[in-house]
Ligand binder design. Structure first.
Ligand code: BO1
Ligand code: ZN
Length: 269
């Protein structure tokens, strides 16, 4: 049966056949034209963006076959302020997108420039909705914090994930996380951001996401990215060397879609 992916056969341009929402007018990612950002001072800076992520909330590391993902139990996690009105959001999971080389891999681009990767911290609105699934169907249901990855020095907190990835090398592999991983240590020091209303960047591409993209990138090493690039798209025992890229997870990013008449706002530098 048909499964979406990033290959030439089942990649982003084909998703709309099974997921009509992918053809909507509020899709993500987009290219951030920095000149077009409106500095919405009162509305955004009067309510600073706030987050709380106990390191103990990161419970499981998984390979779903198209990225790595850390699932949290949400306990004690919180995202609020900025563009999120008066609602409180909880952290559901975080995951990453990357390329085959260091010059591509991010989903959002900034003035046409791609980064080596993009980290997504996925939150859902617990003020208005009862479950993640319910929130994922609502226009104000989800909030994703995006962090660009640039190649440079190794990142200590990211290294905790990189060191565990060999244990989830194959699709459907999953392990429990015992050494606490603190997602707030994966965020840049300065919290200037761009924000706009968009969608999930993977099927079903629901138009339910308030995107918050940090302007500052974090550095990870070339070696750490190469560990991401070793994950397999196929379950253990099902390797198939005839598959594109020998079945490794690379270029798991959706190309940018038109911003259209949506407003891009910015806060901080
Ligand atoms: S992302 O941050 O836009 N790349 C993103 C994409 C998909 C999800 C979360 C963040 N989650 C998806 C699940 C699907 C589920 C869908 C709607 O949410 O992976 O299994 O159908 O609930
Ligand atoms: Zn993502």
């Amino acid at each position: 049966f048909w499964e979406w992916d990033y290959s030439s056969r089942n990649g982003p341009s084909t998703w709309v056949e099974k997921f009509p929402m992918a053809a909507g007018s509020r899709q993500s990612p987009v290219n951030i034209e920095t000149d077009r950002a409106e500095s919405d001072h009162e509305a955004l800076s009067s309510k600073p963006l706030r987050w709380k992520y106990p390191a103990t909330a990161s419970r499981k590391l998984l390979n779903p076959g198209y990225c790595w993902r850390v699932d949290t139990d949400g306990e004690g996690t919180l995202l609020s302020g900025g563009p999120l009105m008066d609602d409180i959001y909880k952290l559901e999971q975080y995951h990453c997108h990357w390329g085959c080389s260091d010059s591509r891999g991010s989903e959002h681009t900034v003035d046409g420039q791609a980064f080596a990767g993009e980290l997504h911290l996925v939150h859902w609105n617990t003020t208005k909705y009862k479950t993640f699934a319910e929130a994922a169907k609502a226009p104000d249901g989800l909030a994703v914090l995006g962090v660009f990855l640039k190649v440079g020095k190794p990142h200590d907190e990211m290294d905790k994930i990189a060191r565990l990835l060999p244990y989830v090398s194959h699709k459907e592999d999953c392990i429990e996380i015992n050494e606490p991983i603190d997602p707030s240590k994966l965020l840049p020091d300065d919290n200037g951001y761009w924000t706009y209303l968009g969608s999930l960047t993977t099927p079903p591409c629901n138009e339910s996401v308030t995107w918050i993209l940090f302007k500052r990138y974090i550095e990870v090493s070339h070696h750490q990215l190469n560990i991401f690039r070793n994950l397999r798209k196929f379950p253990r025992g099902e390797e198939c060397p005839c598959h594109e890229n020998h079945g490794v997870v690379i270029n798991n990013f959706r190309p940018p879609l038109p911003l259209g008449n949506r407003v891009l706002r910015e806060c901080g530098s």
